[in-house]
Design a protein around this ligand. Structure first.
Ligand SMILES: [Zn+2]
Length: 90
């Protein structure tokens, strides 16, 4: 057995992803680049409301899905020590 790299579901060894949407999401997630200064700005200088708006603008500017972008930002923010929270607006 192998695991879907996006949702971590178990899949057959012969498959790379469990579904087409997982494949698309996975590659979109890889394509998302969040610059360090942007990350710092939204976590250090923005209120949670401003942060939401910044993230929405950032997503629409690049044509990325907002939920994937948020996942990525949370991941990076935890890595960089800006937040210990899994949720963005708390
Ligand atoms: Zn999957």
């Amino acid at each position: 057995m192998s695991h879907c790299p996006f949702c971590k579901k178990k899949i057959a060894m012969s498959k790379a992803f469990c579904s087409r949407s997982c494949k698309e999401n996975y590659f979109q997630l890889i394509a998302i680049q969040v610059p360090k200064p942007f990350l710092k700005r939204i976590f250090v200088f923005c209120t949670p409301e401003q942060r939401e708006v910044e993230i929405e603008n950032f997503a629409s500017r690049h044509g990325w899905r907002i939920d994937l972008l948020k996942n990525k930002i949370v991941e990076l923010a935890v890595e960089s020590g800006y937040t210990k929270e899994i949720k963005l607006n708390s």
